[in-house]
Design a protein. Structure first.
Length: 205
């Protein structure tokens, strides 16, 4: 049995579509159901940011998670494959009328990715105050909570609709297939077989 942690939200639909094609199954998660059993596989519906925890702890053998989340949490897992879905970038955003002012004594950055933000700005030797938020990050500079944000940009709509612009791009991200280190030893054949199926499926797109 292979336990697979799938991310709720944006990446979930594309991931499930890949698995449906691979297994020629029309499986569907019921509305609020979190576990789905399909033959030798058990799919777990997990919040994106929690996938590294499930996979590192071995509660899931493999998982699918954004590179941004992997970088933020410095996760000790096997990175198997860039699935080329869920493509986005992590950016520094500011109000349209502003410039990113590195001469300020301190820059206030609102983000749900404090490690990525800290790493990025520490290379620029600038004093930073991180305002940790859990969502609606774009609101922070609009109400004076922060000078800038570090956040995920996919279509750019959220920034645009809120009068923000990208000042700098920190990294590109997409969804990765990852495996628990121990599972990758004990269930290597099954995991590699799945890896090859996913890879073939992705290359057909
Ligand atoms: C993410 C991110 C941005 C938005 C970017 O938020 O934090 O707010 O998506 O997408 P866009 O460029 O396509 O507009 P999410 O929808 O995950 O919600 P959140 O407010 O809970 O972070």
């Amino acid at each position: 049995m292979i336990k697979i942690a799938l991310p709720k939200g944006r990446i979930a639909d594309e991931t499930l579509e890949i698995f449906r094609k691979i297994f020629a199954l029309d499986f569907q998660f019921e509305d609020r159901k979190l576990i789905l059993d399909e033959g030798n596989f058990q799919f777990l519906m997990v919040r994106n940011q929690d996938i590294p925890t499930y996979v590192t702890e071995g509660a899931a053998d493999i998982g699918i998670v954004g590179l941004d989340v992997l970088e933020e949490h410095k996760v000790d897992v096997v990175r198997l494959l860039d699935m080329r879905i869920g493509q986005c970038k992590v950016c520094v955003g500011i109000r349209e009328q502003d410039v990113l002012d590195y001469t300020r004594p301190e820059l206030k950055i609102a983000t749900k990715m404090p490690n990525i933000a800290r790493n990025y700005f520490s290379q620029k030797a600038i004093a930073l105050k991180i305002i940790k938020l859990y969502g609606s990050i774009e609101l922070a500079p609009l109400v004076g909570l922060a000078d800038a944000i570090v956040d995920v940009v996919e279509t750019g709509t959220t920034m645009k609709q809120n009068g923000l612009k990208v000042a700098e791009t920190i990294m590109q991200s997409s969804a990765y297939l990852i495996a628990n280190k121990n599972s990758f030893i004990t269930k290597k054949a099954e995991i590699l077989s799945l890896y090859h199926k996913i890879k073939t499926q992705i290359n057909q797109k």
